[in-house]
Design a protein around this ligand. Structure first.
Ligand code: FEO
Length: 383
């Protein structure tokens, strides 16, 4: 696939991986993106996961035709992109590796059998590298999503190679809408690092960008403004939508029933509602929805004088991803000594700018008409 006459996509789709990073379901697979810039100094922008090395090498060899790569630019050392560095370095012994100082340390860690130091060009913020007609301009992007990451602007064709930023779950063969799987990818992969993403957005704000080439998902051209705007919303921890996300963890279905009654009551008031069964639904999607909406309700059973573990797991994920700046209601269920509310409140209070909405609703085993008043008060407080 040609991005421009001299810049070619040489990445691969992976539709056989069970879990990305051994935790995220990817029903439509994932793409590991890699690009070739054809010029006096032919340059490869990142490799792919070694799972797909054969297909990638075929793409590269075909795109190179009779050319030889002069540079390999390594923007990110995570194995889903850096997995083929040693293989490529052996195949092309004169090829230089262009990367950041932090990545040099990681090269030695990931490839202890190889010494790349004599063939490594270390770049830093603002450096440029002339390939002939093309000039690469480097911008550091630490913690988007690892500390060694940098991004690259190709000045002549106005192409922004954005590393993991603007990436998306889903193989390229599935040409679906960008937002949903880009959002699930963003909050679960980069969610913790909103400040660092904001810093990167500020760096690129004054660049004239025609195309974004991320390391996962489609090359972006037509919806650039839309994607940049969503990235600004997401990374500043603003809600994308008005609405209430209800996350519930229910042992025998009684807490689930309360969650659904609450959803109905909110909908009657015209509120947009989304629900997730934390025991069964995709945890990554629940994380995504928690960030997407401006309000959340957590409803859980008590368990071992604590909270039912799927809820603990969910709130722990939210803590890791720097969930903040939201209004949150709490519903607990307990048959003898309700404890879930106290635990959930404690975990939420450790997060930044979380407004806990009163009342904390306590259900005893099952929802009863006598619980309606407290639930209605929670609905009112959430409006
Ligand atoms: Fe796609 Fe952080 O690796």
């Amino acid at each position: 696939m040609n991005i421009t006459k001299n810049i070619q996509y040489i990445g691969v789709d992976d539709t056989t991986l069970d879990l990305f990073e051994s935790q995220y379901i990817i029903p439509d697979g994932i793409s590991y993106n890699s690009y070739l810039i054809k010029d006096e100094k032919n340059t490869i922008m990142d490799c792919v996961d070694k799972r797909m090395q054969d297909e990638w090498l075929e793409n590269l060899t075909e795109a190179l035709a009779d050319r030889t790569p002069y540079y390999l630019v390594v923007q990110h050392m995570e194995p889903d992109h850096a997995g083929c560095i040693a293989l490529l370095a052996e195949k092309y012994p004169n090829m230089q590796i262009v990367t950041s100082a932090r990545a040099v340390q990681m090269l030695a860690q990931f490839f202890p059998e190889h010494d790349f130091t004599h063939r490594t060009l270390v770049i830093k913020e603002g450096d440029t590298l002339c390939l002939g007609q093309h000039t690469l301009q480097f911008m550091m992007a630490p913690m988007v999503h690892w500390p060694e990451v940098f991004t690259t602007y190709e000045q002549s064709e106005k192409i922004f190679f954005s590393a993991d930023a603007f990436g998306k779950f889903g193989a390229l063969m599935h040409d679906d809408e960008w937002d949903c799987e880009a959002r699930r990818y963003y909050f679960n992969i980069c969610g913790k690092y909103g400040a660092q993403v904001q810093a990167l957005l500020k760096k690129v704000a004054n660049l004239d960008i025609k195309t974004i080439c991320p390391l996962h998902g489609p090359v972006l051209e037509d919806i650039l403004g839309h994607c940049l705007s969503l990235y600004n919303t997401w990374s500043s921890y603003q809600a994308e939508c008005k609405g209430v996300f209800i996350a519930y963890a229910s042992i025998h279905g009684n807490t689930a029933q309360v969650a659904h009654i609450l959803a109905d009551k909110l909908r009657e008031k015209g509120v947009r509602v989304s629900l997730s069964d934390l025991s069964r639904d995709d945890m990554a999607e629940a994380i995504e929805d928690a960030f997407k909406y401006d309000r959340m309700v957590v409803a859980a059973s008590s368990y071992d004088a604590d909270v039912f573990p799927p809820m603990h797991d969910f709130l722990h994920h939210l803590q890791l991803k720097s969930y903040q700046n939201r209004k949150v209601g709490i519903i607990e269920n307990g048959s003898w000594a309700p404890s879930a509310g106290r635990i959930m409140k404690g975990m939420l209070e450790q997060m930044k700018e979380i407004e806990i909405v009163e009342p904390l609703v306590t259900i005893r085993s099952t929802y009863k008409q006598t619980d309606a008043e407290a639930l209605d008060a929670l609905v009112t407080a959430l409006l």
